[in-house]
Design a protein around this ligand. Structure first.
Ligand SMILES: [Zn+2]
Length: 418
């Protein structure tokens, strides 16, 4: 079996903020490597570039009908304003409706919550000159840290504009008090640093087939990322521990991915770097968030239905409640599926209010050893069957409906290049 005590201990030691590209993330990568070394497994670090922003100034001022400064963080790597800032009409861009789009031109706009690719495309096209987003929960005004967000390369590729994030209580004030004019200043220096994947192979006894096992080990800012995704990371460790003592038929490649939270950057970098060797990879098994005290088990398969049925059968055979479906999961399985490798993600998803992610409340206290080990046991059981299969039973194809779903996930238009 695998060592439960060590698995549990690793979960505790790696529960600290480890944002992609920082020295804390690298510290965690080395911690994983040390633990692997203790069970006689060699691993290597594969680096890949990520952008970083050294923010010098971020200032949001209400100019009319009254004057006040609002606490804000500049989006990392967003465009700079001129040194004296930009002043413009303030507009609440509630959604990308045609009316909102028509009214946003030349204005500094507040948008609702998190800015995804879809919203940003319409927002930039509308001719808005700067963006204000917000985070938090109005019912707990002091319960949330002011997020430090990022102008991802995928967004900047559409158009890079100055952007800041504020707290929801301030967003509400801007609307309540009918603010009409604001001034925004964002000055920063953008640099490129390294993030890392930790890669470890356990050679199979036969053939050249490879099964890749992935889990991201980075976290967002202000989050210890115990659930998201120290749990998946230690699951990978437990599996590596087991297979180091029970050699599989097919080669297993363990990849602890960096910078997942910044846009699946680690898994994208892995797929890009190893383009020529991808033919050997027959399946990707990803783990992102397990072991929560409250929750339900899911498996999301970006593959044909055989994998869905296989997990459904196995759950019933061993008495493990899990619902498997065919879809795209927002995690490191997706870049592999995008490279035509059948890929799935295992997770235990928490119900609303039962332990959320991406803030300071993602802590060990919301996790349970009992569920963590039950989850790992099932994932191990499934992996054993694949790793020791006479023939890996999943066809190495990603069907058209899933290809379309991946295109939609990455917001690619028809015919747009990957
Ligand atoms: Zn995650």
């Amino acid at each position: 079996m695998y060592n439960q005590k060590k698995t549990s201990a690793l979960l505790k030691t790696m529960s600290f903020e480890r944002f992609g590209g920082t020295k804390e993330e690298l510290k965690c990568a080395k911690l994983i490597q040390e633990e692997l070394k203790k069970i006689k497994l060699d691993s290597k670090l594969e680096s890949f570039p990520v952008q970083m922003g050294n923010i010098k100034k971020a200032k949001l001022e209400v100019v009319a009908p009254f004057k006040i400064d609002i606490e804000c963080n500049a989006y990392m790597c967003c465009a700079n304003t001129p040194a004296k800032g930009i002043e413009a009409d303030f507009y609440y861009f509630e959604q990308a409706s045609e009316v909102n789009v028509k009214q946003a031109k030349g204005k500094i706009c507040l948008v609702n919550g998190y800015v995804g690719m879809k919203l940003y495309k319409d927002f930039a096209k509308a001719g808005a000159i700067a963006l204000i987003s917000f985070n938090g929960n109005i019912d707990f005004p002091n319960g949330y840290d002011l997020d430090r967000r990022e102008m991802r390369k995928t967004l900047a590729g559409i158009k890079n504009i100055p952007a800041v994030n504020i707290l929801v209580k301030d967003a509400m004030m801007l609307i309540e008090k009918n603010v009409s004019k604001v001034k925004l200043t964002t000055i920063q220096e953008t640099t490129t640093v390294k993030s890392h994947n930790v890669v470890c192979d356990i050679k199979g006894t036969e053939g050249s087939d490879v099964i890749v096992l992935t889990a991201h080990y980075d976290s967002v800012r202000f989050s210890k990322g115990a659930y998201d995704n120290a749990t998946g990371s230690v699951c990978l460790y437990a599996l590596a521990d087991y297979f180091s003592k029970n050699q599989p038929k097919h080669t297993l490649r363990f990849v602890w991915c960096g910078s997942e939270e910044r846009g699946l950057l680690g898994s994208k970098a892995y797929v890009e770097k190893h383009k020529k060797e991808l033919d050997d990879i027959k399946l990707c098994i990803n783990i992102d968030m397990i072991g929560s005290t409250l929750g339900k088990r899911i498996a999301v398969c970006t593959s044909d239905m055989s994998l869905v049925n296989c997990i459904d059968y196995l759950g019933k055979v061993v008495g493990f409640p899990i619902s498997a479906k065919q879809d795209v999961y927002s995690s490191d399985s997706t870049p592999f599926a995008d490279a035509d490798i059948p890929a799935l993600s295992f997770a235990r998803i928490t119900p609303n209010g039962g332990g959320d992610i991406h803030h300071r409340y993602d802590v060990l206290e919301h996790l349970s050893d009992r569920y963590l080990f039950e989850d790992i046991d099932f994932i191990l059981e499934f992996t054993k069957r694949m790793a020791n299969a006479y023939i890996i039973p999943v066809p190495r194809v990603v069907p058209q409906n899933m290809k379309d779903a991946i295109d939609a996930y990455f917001c690619r238009e028809k015919g747009e290049k990957k």
